[in-house]
Design a protein around this ligand. Structure first.
Ligand SMILES: [Cu+2]
Length: 156
């Protein structure tokens, strides 16, 4: 596995490949992506047709990564969507830039849960597994908020 990773990195720079190999032994090494998920929420869907998922995926590492697929207990078909000119479309992946973040928000890039197994209740948590091009998968419990929830606002 390390060999495959190193081989892939060869295209970039030999130095990068060396750093990638060393990151396994060096816990505080700053090579590679370092992802954390913040402010995740899922507005309670009105029907079981679809639900949107929103969050910020931060990358404090020095290597770009990509969100490539998503699994969930409430849907067998979680899609990655982007929005342009008010129209959303499915994309195979989205970038999580080094030293930056992937913002999944209303009217922008977002997760789209299709054909829900059930309609989750407000206050419930939905289990979601995020898969990335380079980083290990991240499992999060996303709280279900009011249908019209706006991040940063409190329940009213
Ligand atoms: Cu969508």
């Amino acid at each position: 596995m390390r060999t495959a990773r190193a081989r892939r990195a060869l295209g970039l720079a030999a130095a990068t490949a060396l750093l990638a190999g060393g990151a396994v032994a060096c816990g505080s090494g700053d090579s590679g992506p370092r992802l954390t998920v913040e402010d995740a929420y899922l507005p309670r869907p009105v029907t079981t047709d679809t639900a949107g998922g929103f969050m910020t995926i931060r990358n404090d590492g020095d290597t770009d990564d990509r969100l490539t697929s998503v699994n969930s207990d409430i849907s067998d078909d979680v899609q990655i969507h982007t929005t342009s000119d008010g129209t959303m479309r499915r994309v195979p992946s989205l970038p999580v830039p080094a030293g930056g973040a992937l913002e999944l928000s209303r009217g922008g890039d977002h997760l789209m849960f299709m054909d829900l197994a059930r309609r989750p209740a407000q206050g419930e948590k939905v289990s979601v597994e995020l898969h990335f091009e380079k980083s290990d998968p991240i499992t999060i419990e996303i709280p279900v908020e009011a249908t019209n929830h706006v991040p940063g606002s409190h329940h009213q």
